[in-house]
Design a protein around this ligand. Structure first.
Ligand SMILES: *Cc1c(COP(=O)(O)O)cnc(C)c1O
Length: 378
């Protein structure tokens, strides 16, 4: 049996009749763009997330860009982001001529280190983009307090954590992506809620912002051929929306399957001193978009050999992410002092992600861990 990082085919096969019928319906109706399925999906997702508005768009990167455009940020305005993240967050800031302010991350949760945000706030700071990395929420309670104190917008990059829930100390429970001013997500096939191509969405409780976002997604128009602001062309197509409508009711089940797989990995790895299993923030559920270990001590310096050994045994692994933003060729000019980010520097050398998906079975997990342990013993 072939071991995969993600098993999209296995997941599809379980719901193939439903998916195939939904796709065929769109083809038969020929409403490929802006069809009724898109609106239906937006409403279904809003209902699931308990948020007032969902605007579907082309992908998760567009979602971030459109969110920043909707907030009316101007050239030179500063946006605070974690340096240990996927590149999309940085890219859109650069494209819009905004100034990114990088912050190191928490060594346990890998999310932005809230204790280091305040010292980075200036009179030009306008927004914070926490990334709910690998499937659990950033420390939103602290972030929202800071945002309130310094009058900053909060855009949650929820591409990796859809379906995760966050509990505030006063008891309220919210889905990730619905706590800040705007949330953005991606339906890239391997994400926790994936479609069969590109897709994304923007969430907000603010009706005025939602209207602006919808306009920007559609060339800045509300009335056809009347363009009131600069927009983009970013839409979810109807076939993707129809697929997502079928898959959304399975999202909780999918996330539970990921959680069981994570619990099983944790159990199998509990006696192995050379690795640190993913830490779980007490206020957030974890939907394990990735199962990411930290390699300790001498194993850390043998990451490549370990990956090679596992690969020889048919076990794929990935490194998310081998370089933090401040060390990327495209973005290193944003960083004047590499030593400012000791945690991200260390994590990028230390992390390894294991196969994690909805179809992972315990025998495969045992096989993977057996080989990890073998490598450690030799
Ligand atoms: C996947 C991802 C994105 C971008 O989503 P696309 O749909 O691929 O454009 C943005 N941010 C994070 C953290 C992601 O993981």
């Amino acid at each position: 049996m072939k071991i995969q990082m993600v098993d999209l085919l296995g997941q599809y096969q379980k719901i193939k009749p439903e998916i195939d019928a939904a796709m065929q319906n769109v083809i038969d109706s020929s409403t490929f763009i802006k069809g009724p399925k898109v609106t239906e999906f937006e409403l279904a997702l809003a209902n699931y997330l308990k948020v007032n508005h969902v605007v579907a768009c082309g992908n998760g990167t567009d979602a971030l860009q459109i969110a920043l455009m909707a907030l009316g940020l101007e050239r030179g305005d500063e946006v605070i982001i974690p340096t240990f993240t996927y590149v999309a967050t940085a890219e859109v800031i650069a494209l819009l001529g905004l100034t990114p302010i990088l912050v190191d991350v928490n060594p346990d949760t890998f999310c932005i280190d809230v204790n280091q945000i305040e010292s980075k706030i200036s009179s030009r700071s306008k927004a914070i983009i926490p990334v709910h990395l690998f499937g659990q929420s950033a420390d939103m309670e602290s972030i929202l307090l800071l945002a309130k104190k310094f009058n900053l917008y909060v855009i949650e990059d929820n591409a990796q954590a859809i379906g995760a829930r966050y509990t505030f100390s006063y008891g309220a429970v919210k889905y990730t992506g619905t706590m800040g001013d705007i949330g953005t997500t991606s339906f890239f096939p391997s994400k926790n809620l994936g479609c069969f191509g590109d897709g994304g969405a923007i969430t907000t409780d603010n009706t005025e912002l939602a209207e602006k976002i919808r306009m920007i997604c559609n060339h800045g128009q509300k009335v056809q051929y009347h363009h009131d602001c600069i927009g983009v062309n970013s839409r979810l197509d109807s076939i993707q929306a129809a697929i997502l409508l079928v898959k959304l009711p399975y999202l909780d089940e999918y996330n539970l399957a990921r959680q069981s797989a994570a619990i099983n990995y944790n159990e199998l790895l509990k006696d192995l001193n050379e690795v640190v299993c993913p830490a779980k923030d007490v206020q957030s559920t974890h939907v394990y978009h990735q199962y990411t270990l930290k390699l300790k001590g001498s194993l850390g310096s043998k990451r490549n050999q370990l990956r090679g050994y596992l690969k020889e045994n048919g076990i794929p692994t990935m490194v998310y992410y081998p370089l933090p933003l401040h060390l990327q060729n495209a973005y290193k000019s944003w960083c004047s002092n590499v030593d400012e980010f000791p945690v991200a520097n260390q994590l990028s050398n230390q992390v390894i992600s294991f196969p994690m998906h909805t179809q992972l079975d315990e025998m495969i997990q045992s096989y993977i861990v057996k080989h990890l342990k073998e490598f450690c013993r030799n």
